[in-house]
Design a protein around this ligand. Structure first.
Ligand code: COD
Length: 298
């Protein structure tokens, strides 16, 4: 059972083909540090797209070793993103990574109808947490891309996440659909969706996982809480994947885990033509490094 983000390294160490990664708007020390570490470990071949003078100054100041790496000089932020996305569209790179650019700017390019990275399925964000107080990885979706997913979106988000967790070797992940309470309340849409998703899973309309919901956060992650409330569930207390009702809940939960619980996190956008490393600009270098590893796995 995986518990630490460092457990992911051996999974990519044996991959035969090194993936090419385009870093869009490369003038960012944290991103360059993470990319450099993954480059030196042999996990990726980087292409740095950004303001060349600024990028080289950061590389020099931090003594990063990018010997042999290609740099494409483009001082304009939006043009950088466009170049990187088009390279992924044209199969020239296998991973896209966000550098010093706002998330919506990158995502809007990714969703471009003509040269973006759509595949016909919904794109969604998956964050994988290492939390000292939990007995295994806790994946959470979607905390960064889909703002207010409806039932159909939630099915696609679960499918993206489950197929990724299956690839990681987590067969039949336990999926908790989060609500404020564990009972269905007709005034709380999240609880109605949760009940429908659970039933669809029972009827094999959503496969390769075990879904239960609604579950409140406490009984999703704690056996004791579930027992205390007399909840009989194959998922409660042993959740692999938490589906949050919307981006606000997800984002606050993500940041609470990182800032208060000192959790480590890696994240990736799934469902696009290539995996996208989309950490927040304030995320640590370590988080960006492990996110690159997730993208290599994806
Ligand atoms: N997957 C596939 N297609 C999508 C998706 C998706 N997740 N989202 C939108 N589309 C398609 C739509 O079907 C439509 O054809 C087109 O893209 C535009 O859709 P809009 O108008 O709903 O979307 P936009 O362009 O206004 O916004 C898309 C964003 C992803 C930019 C938006 O949803 C967004 O801002 N998300 C939150 C990003 C964010 O701020 N995250 C930071 C948290 S740290």
């Amino acid at each position: 059972m995986y518990k630490k983000l460092s457990d992911l390294e051996p999974l990519v160490a044996n991959k035969k083909n090194t993936k090419t990664l385009a870093l869009a708007v490369s003038q960012d020390a944290f991103s360059l540090n993470a990319v450099c570490k993954a480059y030196k470990a042999g996990f990726i071949e980087p292409i740095l797209i950004g303001d060349k003078a600024l990028t080289e100054a950061i590389i020099k100041e931090n003594k990063f070793d990018f010997k042999g790496a290609r740099i494409i000089d483009q001082p304009d932020t939006e043009k950088c993103v466009e170049i990187a996305v088009k390279m992924a569209h044209n199969n020239e790179v296998q991973i896209l990574m966000k550098g010093n650019v706002a998330t919506p700017v990158l995502l809007k390019c990714v969703l471009n109808k003509d040269w973006g990275l759509r595949t016909g399925t919904l794109l969604s964000h998956l964050a994988l947490f290492e939390v000292d107080t939990y007995h295994k990885f806790l994946a959470i979706t979607d905390v960064a891309m889909n703002i207010a997913p409806n039932l159909k979106d939630k099915i696609a988000i679960i499918n993206n996440s489950v197929s990724f967790l299956n690839k990681m070797g987590i067969a039949n992940p336990k999926v908790a659909v989060l609500g404020a309470i564990e009972m269905v309340n007709e005034s709380m849409q999240a609880t109605l969706d949760a009940a429908l998703l659970s039933k669809m899973n029972q009827r094999d309309q959503i496969k390769n996982c075990i879904i239960d919901g609604p579950l409140a956060f406490d009984n999703a992650v704690s056996f004791e809480s579930a027992k205390h409330k007399n909840i009989k569930s194959a998922v409660a207390g042993d959740t692999d994947l938490l589906l949050v009702p919307d981006i606000e809940v997800g984002n606050v939960l993500y940041k609470t885990l990182v800032f208060f619980a000192k959790a480590k996190v890696a994240s990736v956008i799934l469902g696009a033509k290539v995996p996208i490393v989309l950490t927040s600009r304030s995320d640590s270098e370590e988080s960006k490094y492990y996110s690159i590893i997730l993208a290599v796995l994806a």
